[in-house]
Write a protein that binds this ligand. Structure first.
Ligand SMILES: CC(C)(COP(=O)(O)OP(=O)(O)OC[C@H]1O[C@@H](n2cnc3c(N)ncnc32)[C@H](O)[C@@H]1OP(=O)(O)O)[C@@H](O)C(=O)NCCC(=O)NCCS
Length: 126
């Protein structure tokens, strides 16, 4: 999970060219175990951008170095906020999804953002 946050942070900083902080981490789903000796492959992308925040998705794959078999072992979504030189949230560059996968990730990330906001709003009412 530490690797995932580090990889996601690199992607956020590369997209914005700015210092970025983790605002939230969604639930972590573990689909399959990682065995001792497996190689970890982490893939990350900016899925969606708001005004000053963005969602970065990270997918973890485990590769058996002998057979070459690759298993999708987990995924998680992080929200990063870009900061200006004063440490205040600052606008992030836009995102133009082009491929079918990029468009799907964008749609799903937008839906997750709505769910996060609704969840926070509901909890604040309790
Ligand atoms: C993240 C942080 C910068 C947000 O600051 P803030 O004053 O609440 O900023 P705002 O209310 O203006 O929100 C800024 C953006 O962050 C998003 N955001 C704030 N809190 C969030 C949360 N808990 N989950 C997801 N997004 C969040 C807002 O939706 C907004 O996005 P948008 O501009 O795309 O619409 C601030 O809470 C912070 O510094 N947190 C600590 C970060 C940290 O130390 N992380 C761990 C180590 S890196």
């Amino acid at each position: 999970m530490k690797y995932m946050d580090e990889v996601a942070a690199i992607v956020a900083v590369k997209h914005t060219g700015k210092n970025c902080v983790t605002a939230s981490v969604d639930r972590m789903d573990f689909y399959a175990p990682v065995f001792i000796g497996n190689l970890l492959v982490l893939k990350a992308s900016v899925n969606y951008v708001g005004v000053t925040s963005m969602e970065v998705g990270v997918r973890v794959e485990a590769q058996n170095p002998i057979s070459g078999a690759v298993t999708h072992t987990g995924s998680c979504y992080f929200t990063y906020v870009a900061l200006d030189e004063f440490g205040k949230p600052t606008p992030v560059p836009g995102l133009r999804p082009v491929t079918k996968d990029e468009k799907r990730r964008f749609r799903q990330a937008a839906a997750r953002r709505k769910i996060r906001e609704a969840e926070l709003a509901a909890l604040r009412k309790l």
